[in-house]
Write a protein that binds this ligand. Structure first.
Ligand SMILES: *Cc1c(COP(=O)(O)O)cnc(C)c1O
Length: 425
């Protein structure tokens, strides 16, 4: 089996004799067939092939196959955003009247998708703390629970999910565990090795790494036995009348059913399709993911240690610090490093944070993380601007919190920039 670095560079595409070395961008909405009988087979899911890029496109499939290989999954697909990936991953398992248990330490956009928008679709969510005890996790389940959801490293709280505990509880209730693995990427963490069943990504972040495209991905481990829980997942285990009565888990097996249904039904109906050009750009990012993640982690670690020793800094949150609550879990699940995002508080609260931000010269103020270029955000003044100081503290994003996403520049320059900005506080 190939190592991860080789997969980052080569997985998903192997040109035949005389074919282009780089992944071709198939910039075509449609594909020609010799007979309508041949095309009919595709529409019936009787044959594999392309007919319309809303459903599938060769460039996108090559890149999805690379991400599936990196995660060690059986099937994968790209979506037009991380939001679409998380929506599809849950909606592929649930209908109105169903219920999901989700960690409360998740990306704000995902929280809103679940707690507001999907709730309006009739799907209920119970949120549990990522550090909940086994008993507390069990207590969140209901007879109509169909999935459990969490983030490997929560954005922006940086809590580490205890995969083995969450997977154990999910499986005792006969439901799959879905995990958003955006922050560590498969280079630093492969959730399938710890019992996770389905992985999602915002490929907008480290996987792209250069701020060029918004995208998402879903990968199936192929480990969840849909037929063992037939009553819970009729969408996978009973005939789909919109495809002449095929049964996904029968026709495509345990390894292919989830993704095939997700493409055939959700991509068909919601159309959150990635552009082939974007898949190409994403693939360029993936080719250096293993090199960049190493540097992001080195810079994050050096920055966190520097901040921890600085007398103008009130607190530092980085799972690579020995003092961190999640240090042991990070060592267990991501021994080679976590990510480049560090959050910290400047003594003096909101005003001190504002002065610090305006003094930075290398780190750019941007609503983005996980980019080759260092970027920084003061949530109290941006994403969480509508909240009062008290509300900010309640949701774990205090008025002094600064989220610093260390890029792949030289650590010494990044630290010098932060040091001179702190001098102005
Ligand atoms: C950014 C992000 C998302 C949303 O992804 P988009 O590509 O912006 O739609 C989901 N999960 C996590 C952890 C993220 O950081």
């Amino acid at each position: 089996m190939q190592q991860l670095g080789t997969k980052c560079v080569q997985a998903g595409y192997r040109p035949e004799n005389g074919e282009p070395r780089q992944v071709p961008i198939i910039q075509s909405t449609t594909f020609r067939y010799e007979s309508s009988a041949a095309m009919g087979k595709l529409f019936d899911l009787e044959a594999a092939g392309y007919f319309y890029t809303r459903l599938q496109n060769p460039t996108c499939d090559i890149v999805a196959a690379k991400i599936a290989a990196l995660e060690g999954g059986t099937a994968g697909m790209l979506t037009s955003s991380g939001q679409a990936a998380n929506f599809f991953s849950i909606f592929n398992l649930c209908s109105a009247g169903d219920h999901v248990v989700a960690s409360s330490a998740i990306y704000g956009g995902t929280y809103n998708l679940f707690a507001v928008t999907m709730k309006r679709m009739g799907i209920d969510f119970t949120f549990v703390r990522p550090d909940a005890t086994e008993d507390e996790l069990h207590a969140a389940f209901q007879p109509n629970t169909r999935a459990m959801f969490g983030e490997s490293i929560a954005n922006p709280a940086l809590d580490i999910l205890d995969f083995e505990l969450f997977a154990k509880v999910a499986h005792e209730h006969g439901v799959p565990l879905v995990v958003d693995n955006t922050f560590p990427t498969p280079v630093n963490c492969r959730p399938f090795e710890f019992g996770v069943d389905i992985v999602t990504h915002s490929t907008t972040k480290y996987m792209d790494g250069h701020g060029t495209q918004v995208g998402g991905a879903i990968v199936d481990s192929g480990n969840f036995d849909w037929f063992a829980h037939k009553d819970k997942y009729p969408g996978l285990t009973t005939p789909d009348e919109s495809y002449h009565g095929i049964v996904y888990a029968e026709k495509f097996g345990q390894g292919g059913a989830f993704i095939t249904k997700c493409v055939a039904q959700l991509m068909r109906d919601f159309g959150s399709s990635p552009a082939p050009q974007n898949a190409f750009l994403l693939n360029l990012g993936l080719e250096s993911l293993h090199l960049r993640m190493k540097r992001h982690c080195e810079n994050g670690q050096a920055m966190a240690e520097f901040l921890e020793s600085h007398d103008k800094v009130a607190w530092v949150n980085y799972p690579g610090l020995k003092s961190n609550k999640y240090y042991a879990l990070a060592q267990k699940y991501m021994p080679n490093g976590t990510c480049g995002v560090v959050s910290f508080g400047v003594k003096g609260g909101r005003e001190a944070a504002e002065r610090f931000m305006s003094g930075l010269k290398i780190a750019a103020i941007a609503t983005h993380v996980a980019d080759a270029r260092t970027c920084v955000l003061h949530p109290a003044n941006a994403t969480h601007r509508q909240l009062s100081d008290e509300e900010l503290v309640k949701c774990g994003v205090g008025p002094d919190l600064i989220r610093l996403s260390c890029g792949i520049e030289d650590a010494a320059d990044l630290i010098a920039d932060v040091d001179q900005a702190l001098a102005n506080v």
